[in-house]
Design a binder for this molecule. Sequence first.
Ligand code: CAA
Length: 255
Amino acid sequence: MSIELTRRDEFAVIRIDRAAALNALNYEMLRAIGRALDQVESSDARAVFFIGAGEKAFCAGADIGELLGRSIPDEYAGTRLGQEIYSRIESFPLPSVAIVNGYALGGGCELALACTFRLGTAAARFGLPEVKLGLVPGYGGTQRLPRLVGMGIALEMLMTGRMVPAEEALRIGLLNRIVEGDPLAAAIQYARAFSGHGLLALRLVRDAALRGRDTSLREGLRIEADLTTISMRSDDGREGARAFLEKRAAIFKDR
Ligand code: CAA
């Protein structure tokens, strides 16, 4: 099995299980991630984690062996498949956490970029080395990296293809946190800081930030006003305010 879906407590765990090829993703694996997301979406999980099998890699990118010998329509369709799966992760109803336990290169780095949060072990290494192959990243790297770390650093990474180690990734905002010990246990502890909040508010607040990122401040404020209003009219919004006034813990229903 190359994509494994399991459960740890209230969290879904999608493990890329192809350690012999440093968890490089072929198209079948991308489709399997899509199917795993279908299952997670219909479960009661509170967040979804992505992790790589083995000690060495989160994911070393697209399977380079699959990149050659295809027609232009097939190449385009393959790129769009990766983009669609990653965009689905970005706007998934549940928050996502990439647990970067080694190399996150090319499509692996882009997978981490699509997640809501990125945790790394000391072994985490981020890079978009496609230029070294004479290629351009195709699963969102040229778009999400500048938005996350700024254009100057992004262009340096994109145009040199160099790998960024964990400490530097933390400094430039590519990593949210460096974790020690069992990375999955650390991710559970990290996610518990938000997993008790209502899923509706979590989704709306993330959507406001992400949709606002791609537009003007004026338009972003309109988006914020819309989503704030939706949250105020939601059961959870009413329950949260009521619970505060009644000095008790809120009981959210994710709607
Ligand atoms: N695709 C297919 N196989 C890969 C792979 C990839 N992206 N990355 C590693 N592998 C395979 C190697 O071919 C090797 O297989 P064999 O044992 O059968 O020879 C195995 O994984 C172990 O790799 P190495 O022997 O190379 O391990 P290393 O420790 O010497 O080097 C590495 C590690 C620096 C990560 C190196 O493997 C490497 O540079 N990998 C390629 C990284 C890369 O260029 N990724 C971008 C891919 S293109 C892309 O992702 C496009 C996009 O935007 C979607």
